[in-house]
Design a binder for this molecule. Structure first.
Ligand code: GLC
Length: 462
């Protein structure tokens, strides 16, 4: 009954229609339909740089690049015998490693930070650890610490320094010493992870924890990372790891350091992997994603994503409040394959042109207002619309109550015509905004429009 009455009223009200300016004027607040977007709760100020960074570069570099095997997993999954995997160390030269060139490339790509694997699950450290001889200084022709040049070059370019560190260590003799409860009778238990014949040795585990903390302490003291990117916490419980101790050890000395959450939840932000989250995590997060299908360099993997595919994922991440940590895999000599350089370079050119829509921005509109990712400027009076395809004449924006001052193409400042149809002013329901997008303003990759509002974003949802 109510529905019929409403439709009748709607039918006799003429469309609100105007070109080039917005005539939806009155905005009586209807409390029931007001929504608050982008309310950020209890996020400590130390996270500010990270939330504004948007793009980071992940680097998986290790002895696995020599034969192009899967990083660490190659021996864990019995694709290659352990000794053969480890013999790759003899071919790891870092002979063309140019940390300054890396840092320049990352900066050119638009990244604000990078994360390099200081030690993967295979246990091979990329620095001169004093706690084990399993490191590139003692065991490879590279013969030197590779992390210092990296940290220095990044800082020189104004980028934040992140280091990946694997808690688990499938080479350390004390690691496979205790069993995660529930795994006792699991016949597929891997011997790199758990003790043979199920005999536990809690003392060895304590020694391992000392070694684990000791290596993290070396990293703290030598490189003062801005970001600790931990991995490999899944083979033990938190009672076994006691990760809170690790958090306290780092933060008591470096309170502004950022820790990812792969420490049994004692971290600062979530790290979804390989797939853009459809329901993004609450709070701060970062998607890590490979450019092809592998984290490290592999001769056999030529399945590279195109620059456009990477940009689309990037837009989807920042539009829903996350960062993208885009992974590359340098060769054993330190050079970065051309296909990866090309993606980073194209991404950088595109970000450069669309910079105002990227940083510093906030996550955009909830799903349903626009067919594509969106971001908002800090004062929330400009909406950035990311057009992923080539529209037939126009795109639409729904549920925005504000008057529109102006709509322009980001990067060219060309102004576009728009008009608003329909709406129900007496109920504060905004009409649909049609924005003309002529073919000649379309970007090679993703076109971005800036919709300038008459004030802070006021959304309608119902
Ligand atoms: C997974 C993989 C590991 C990789 C990491 C990156 O944990 O096991 O090899 O380094 O993802 O996020």
């Amino acid at each position: 009954m109510i529905k019929i009455q409403r439709l009748t009223v709607l039918a006799i009200i003429p469309f609100v229609l105007s070109w080039g300016c917005d005539s939806q004027a009155k905005k009586e607040k209807l409390a029931s339909t007001d929504v608050v977007v982008n309310e950020v709760k209890k996020i400590p100020p130390k996270m500010d740089w990270f939330r504004e960074a948007k793009l980071g570069i992940f680097i998986h570099w290790g002895i696995y690049a020599v034969d192009g095997t899967a990083e660490s997993w190659a021996f864990f999954n019995n694709e290659v015998p352990y000794d053969e995997y480890m013999s790759q160390a003899k071919g790891f030269t870092a002979s063309k490693y140019d940390a300054e060139a890396w840092a320049e490339l990352f900066k050119k790509a638009g990244a604000k930070y990078a994360v390099l694997t200081s030690k993967h699950h295979d246990g091979v450290a990329l620095w001169d650890t004093k706690l084990s001889d399993l490191n590139v200084v003692d065991k490879t022709p590279a013969g030197r610490d590779l992390l210092t040049p990296y940290a220095e070059a990044l800082r020189e370019e104004g980028l934040k320094v992140g280091l990946y560190f694997s808690h688990l260590d499938w080479s350390h003799p004390d690691y496979a010493s205790v069993i995660q409860p529930g795994m006792e009778d699991n016949e597929n238990r891997n011997l790199f992870a758990y003790p043979a014949k199920g005999k536990e040795d809690p003392e060895a585990w304590e020694r391992f924890l000392e070694f684990h903390r000791g290596q993290i302490r070396e990293i703290m003291d030598l490189f003062h990372p801005d970001l600790y990117w931990f991995d490999g916490d899944w083979e033990r419980t938190d009672e076994q790891w006691r990760m809170k101790e690790v958090r306290e050890m780092i933060l008591s000395e470096y309170p502004d350091a950022i820790l990812n959450a792969r420490m049994k939840g004692h971290g600062d932000y979530e790290t979804p992997e390989q797939g853009v989250p459809i329901n993004p995590p609450d709070g701060v997060w970062e998607l890590c994603m490979t450019i092809n299908d592998s984290w490290g360099f592999r001769y056999s993997d030529t399945n590279f994503k195109s620059p456009r595919q990477v940009m689309q994922t990037f837009a989807e991440c920042i539009g829903t409040g996350g960062n993208l940590l885009l992974d590359i895999g340098p060769r054993e000599d330190g050079t970065i394959p051309l296909e990866q350089v090309e993606v980073l370079t194209e991404l950088g050119k595109w970000i450069d042109k669309h910079e105002e829509a990227v940083y510093p921005t906030e996550k955009g509109l909830p799903y349903g207002h626009f067919y594509g990712p969106t971001t908002l400027n800090k004062t929330k009076d400009v909406i950035y619309l990311y057009i992923l395809g080539q529209p037939k004449a126009y795109v639409t924006l729904k549920g925005v109550r504000n008057n529109i001052n102006n709509i322009r193409v980001v990067g060219s400042n060309r102004e576009l015509d728009f008009k608003r149809f329909g709406g129900a002013e007496w109920q504060n329901i905004p009409g649909i905004l049609y924005i003309n997008v002529p073919e000649n303003v379309i970007d090679k990759y993703i076109t971005v429009l800036a919709v300038e509002l008459d004030g802070k974003l006021d959304l309608y949802h119902n």
